[in-house]
Design a binder for this molecule. Structure first.
Ligand code: SF4
Length: 180
């Protein structure tokens, strides 16, 4: 078994849709090794190796995985979120068990989009960056019109990991742009 256990650490309300919550959990084990296998078997998986992040959607919610963290978004209550997290834990362990029969995919299956950037932004739509939403800021980042330092919230300690992941992600975008 790759993932033994998880502990819920954060519950936050979705600002765009207050009926939804996102529940984040700390993982007992590093699950990064399963990412290329999940990327191969989950049809709608969006894997970002540079940021060590894998996102996908299931009927019951939106899942985001980091090496030591997972979250379930677009769920209506904590009880449902726990069911989703249990399901994902089982999926991680099942995929890991079957890895010998899966051809891993180590690369992202589609190009980086603004919504992938938004996943790492504070999602408060506070406008401190001079733009009306975090999504607009993500678009501006992708176009090179804004820098990470233009979002003051990102410099807070609680977003240090997200900032680091974003920096790695944007580095990929600029090297892809440079290669064009
Ligand atoms: S300053 Fe940051 S958190 Fe606020 S809207 Fe802009 S990107 Fe979002």
């Amino acid at each position: 078994m790759l993932l033994q256990d998880y502990k819920v650490t954060k519950v936050r309300r979705n600002l765009c849709n207050p009926e939804w919550i996102t529940v984040a959990a700390e993982l007992s084990d590093d699950i990064s090794e399963v990412f290329p296998y999940l990327n191969a078997v989950v049809k709608n998986a969006v894997y970002t190796p540079e940021a060590q992040n894998l996102n996908f959607k299931i009927d019951a919610g939106a899942i985001s995985l980091m090496p030591r963290e997972m979250s379930a978004g677009q769920v209506t209550c904590e009880e449902d979120a726990i069911k989703v997290l249990d399901y994902v834990k089982e999926m991680i362990n099942d995929t890991w068990e079957k890895r010998a029969s899966i051809i891993p995919v180590y690369e992202r299956k589609e190009e980086i989009k603004a919504k992938d950037i938004v996943d790492f932004l504070p999602k408060t739509n506070c406008r401190d960056c001079g733009l009306p939403t975090c999504f607009a800021f993500a678009v501006a980042l992708l176009k090179g019109q804004k820098r990470l330092r233009d979002c003051p919230a990102l410099s807070k300690a609680e977003f240090a990991q997200d900032r680091e992941a974003l920096a790695r992600l944007l580095q990929t975008v600029s090297s892809e742009e440079a290669a064009k």
